[in-house]
Design a binder for this molecule. Structure first.
Ligand code: HMG
Length: 442
């Protein structure tokens, strides 16, 4: 059925649910039961979740796992990861353990500047606009003082504002391109508030600027918004060891593994079809920590993928080399993260995750998140270049298949045991369940 409704947002939660189940579900009681079974019995906690977003009808759970043994710059971390995909947490944990014995991860924040833009149209003389910008620049910063004063006290604020001419792309299009230091805040609200103030001052004061003709005074602001592309908010993460120390797998020598690993990364550097999957593996680790720590994974995803295309072709985010017998694997990625503001002070599990990470600053969190991405990439590439990905992935996925078939606890125990020595494939698991049930009924 196709149904529309006016005033849905004004209905109570229970009336919203009534409308949803009556309009879309044949078994209304069953649909209600499923929605309600995810409500928290603690009313206050449920209300908190209801109020995170709009039109909330229930909670959508993701598992929160932890990957221990991450040695980062000499300090050990257990990293929280919120993700639905099996084998990601295991892979991160395995890579962490592997590098723990080889000096751990080394990381460094390269830069922390974030960008916001006021996009506007102006059809007059460019020199007059430049004069106006130079005349008004300090006023733009001054008028934003009520917004920036607390951030400035902590050492952040507006870094610079530039006038950018984009008329080669669109007739009459210019920008106020501003850079910001937002310290431990992701800074979206701060940046957007500053930009909206810049836009107001810039438009209004143009009316009084004597260097403009009457027509030039009419600056049209199109929009004011931060950019999620943050190539100057960069973090570097790397691991390295002697090639001979890569030896762990009896079926492949350390040298052969190192060579295949480098080839795999080289392929991702030149071949976009491979690079996208390669980077997806990196984002397995990054998104999971970004989500667990209450950060905006859509912003991170958009920014990271734009960075992966910065040279005009989508490419690998990670790189590797072997020099003088030393294997080095590294990555530089843009990450705009916060450890204060947003969900970080609101969601109990986000607070818990941040405490687990020793209450990191935003800079520390950038380093931890980058490491989770690099570890994930290492684990995936190691499987891909040795056993193939399916062996480990399916081993971890076994429980999902068993659950799909409604396996009992006894069946799970028997089949988990069986698949310790047998290759897990979807077909093999289905056959094994059938066999087990057949034997039981025999
Ligand atoms: P294994 O060698 O069979 O594991 O690896 P193990 O049983 O010998 O255990 C070794 C360690 O692995 C454990 O140490 C754990 O750290 C971890 P321990 O705790 O015993 O001291 N580990 C686990 N941690 C938690 N729960 C578990 C568990 N099992 C092992 N159940 C493993 C198995 C899956 C780790 C390995 O095969 C692997 O790393 N595979 C890669 C999996 C992967 O990358 N998954 C991501 C999904 S696939 C994808 O989306 C990305 C991709 O397309 C990207 C790309 O193409 O580049 C692949």
């Amino acid at each position: 059925m196709c149904a529309s409704i006016s005033g849905f947002s004004k209905l109570s939660k229970s009336k919203k649910i009534d409308w949803i189940v009556e309009t879309y579900f044949s078994n209304t009681e069953d649909a209600k039961r499923i929605l309600k079974q995810y409500w928290n019995t603690n009313d206050k906690l449920q209300q908190l979740h209801d109020e995170f977003i709009e039109n909330t009808i229930t909670n959508y759970y993701l598992p929160l796992g932890v990957a221990p043994n991450f040695l980062i710059n000499g300090k050990i971390y257990t990293i929280p990861m919120a993700i639905e995909e099996s084998s990601v947490v295991a892979a991160a944990s395995k890579a962490a353990k592997f590098w723990m014995d080889r000096g751990g991860f080394k990381t460094k924040v390269i830069s922390t500047t974030k960008i916001g833009q006021v996009h506007f149209m102006y059809y007059g003389n460019i020199e007059n606009l430049k004069n106006y910008f130079n005349h008004i620049k300090s006023r733009l910063i001054d008028d934003a003082k009520p917004i920036t004063k607390n951030m400035e006290k902590r050492g952040g604020g507006i870094v610079d504002i530039e006038l950018r001419n984009k008329t080669q792309d669109i007739k009459g299009y210019y920008q106020l391109h501003a850079s910001f230091e937002t310290l431990d805040a992701m800074g979206a609200n701060f940046i957007n508030s500053c930009l909206e103030q810049f836009a107001k001052t810039f438009k209004n004061e143009a009316l009084n600027f004597e260097g403009f003709s009457e027509q030039e005074k009419n600056i049209q602001v199109v929009m004011s918004i931060l950019s999620n592309y943050v190539p100057d908010c960069l973090v570097h993460a790397e691991v390295s060891c002697k090639v001979e120390d890569l030896n762990e797998d009896k079926n492949i020598s350390a040298e052969e593994f190192a060579t295949k690993f480098v080839q795999a990364v080289n392929i991702a550097e030149v071949e976009p079809y491979r690079a996208v999957t390669h980077n997806k593996g990196i984002m397995n680790g990054i998104d999971a920590v970004v989500l667990a720590t209450g950060n905006d994974f859509r912003a991170v995803e958009a920014g990271v993928h734009a960075y992966a295309s910065r040279n005009g072709k989508y490419s690998s985010l990670s790189h590797t080399k072997i020099e003088d017998g030393i294997f080095t694997f590294w990555m530089e990625i843009p990450l705009a993260l916060g450890t204060i503001g947003g969900l970080t002070g609101l969601h109990p599990l986000v607070k818990l995750s941040l405490e687990l990470l020793h209450h990191p600053t935003a800079k520390e969190l950038m380093q931890i998140v980058a490491v989770a991405g690099l570890a994930q990439n290492f684990a995936a590439l190691r499987s891909l270049t040795t056993t193939g990905i399916q062996e480990g992935h399916m081993k971890m996925h076994l429980m999902n298949i068993l659950n799909q078939f409604g396996a009992t606890e006894t069946e799970k125990a028997t089949l988990t045991d069986h698949f310790k020595t047998n290759l897990v494939t979807h077909t093999a698991v289905v056959e094994a369940i059938k066999d087990l049930r057949f034997k039981k009924n025999d």
